[in-house]
Design a protein around this ligand. Structure first.
Ligand SMILES: [Zn+2]
Length: 345
């Protein structure tokens, strides 16, 4: 059985590919990987992207992290997998277009299943099992722009420890129910702490969100002592547990007034729908006080299409930040915005 070569020397980088399965014309289905070992081998951190093939920001993030790290100062090993789902990536699609399965619902995989199940098995057994913790980089689906935030998940008896998500240093953390077969749920079952980290939107390479993701990755590595420097964390973080979709009532063209990361009050306009043949404007209002976690960027909507995604403050909690000599604190932008609108939790 083909193995990834983690057994590299101190101060070495290796880039390779591993074959998981094959296509109908015998083309191998591969997973590319980078390994960088610093001045000690542990801890081993996984950085992966494109479990959903059209989520591109994370691919660039991993390449830039590998470019930026000074190997003579790295404590531990980074295993980078810039594209997990190479066949979906090639198809410019979220899923493999032939089996149509969501890779992030099929971990730990099945080596006798369909292509997607085999990729899940290959990635889980050859990479995930060999690391201590990691960051799984995602974006929203096409047309669904997401602010920079981690998703901590619980499912049945699995409840991910929040410390790993807090270490990214984002203003908010979304703590919600996961589903069977999600990477972070299945990894947690075997004691591997994988943080799902959302930044931006599928099908687009966005400099702002690439930078936000890199800040998160470096904060995480600093907090866990893999690189020198201070992790920059908000003075307090907001953990949100609710999730609401704001739907269009009319068909037309959606024009947003708000951006991901904005705080809105119930009843406030989040944008309007222009009815193109009559010129009417149909305003869309926030259905609760909350954080706009996502906004529709594909403007054509039908009645019922979600135009904004809201994390309501109902049930939210303001938590104390992580502590350590290697942390510096900054103001929380979300708490600032809440204060300006007179919203308290
Ligand atoms: Zn995704």
């Amino acid at each position: 059985m083909e193995k990834i070569n983690l057994d590299i020397g101190e101060g070495e980088v290796r880039k390779g590919i591993i074959k998981c399965t094959e296509l109908e014309d015998s083309t191998p289905v591969i997973i590319p990987y980078f390994v960088m070992r610093g001045i000690q081998d542990k801890p081993i951190m996984l950085l992966n992207a494109a479990i959903h093939g059209d989520e591109l920001n994370g691919i660039e993030v991993i390449n830039r992290v590998f470019d930026a790290i000074d190997i003579r100062k790295l404590r531990g090993t980074i295993v980078g997998v810039p594209i997990v789902n190479t066949i979906a990536f090639r198809a410019r699609n979220r899923f493999d277009p032939v089996d149509g399965k969501d890779l992030n619902r099929f971990f730990p995989g099945d080596d006798k299943g369909s292509i997607t199940q085999r990729i899940a098995h290959c990635f889980f057994h050859k990479f995930v099992k060999r690391v201590n913790f990691g960051i799984d980089l995602h974006t929203g689906m096409k047309g669904h722009l997401l602010m920079s935030h981690p998703r901590v998940r619980k499912f049945n008896d699995i409840d991910q420890p929040i410390e790993y998500s807090m270490a990214l240093g984002t203003d908010i953390i979304f703590h919600h129910d996961g589903a069977e077969g999600m990477l972070n749920i299945q990894a947690e079952k075997i004691g591997k702490h994988i943080v799902c980290f959302e930044n931006g939107v599928a099908g687009v390479v966005d400099e702002y969100y690439i930078n936000e993701a890199m800040k998160g990755v470096f904060n995480f590595m600093k907090y866990f002592g893999m690189i020198d420097g201070h992790a920059i964390m908000p003075e307090k973080q907001v953990v949100l547990t609710g999730y609401e979709e704001i739907g269009a009532k009319r068909g037309g063209i959606f024009i947003p007034y708000v951006s991901p990361g904005d705080v809105v009050k119930k009843g406030e306009y989040v944008g309007y729908i222009r009815i193109p043949f009559s010129g009417e404007k149909k305003y869309v209002r926030a259905i609760d006080n909350g954080v706009v976690v996502g906004i529709r960027t594909q403007p054509l909507v039908r009645p019922g299409t979600t135009v904004a995604w809201l994390l309501p403050f109902d049930g939210a909690e303001i938590i104390e930040p992580l502590e350590g000599d290697n942390i510096k604190y900054r103001k929380s932008e979300i708490l600032d915005k809440m204060k300006k609108k007179g919203i308290t939790i």
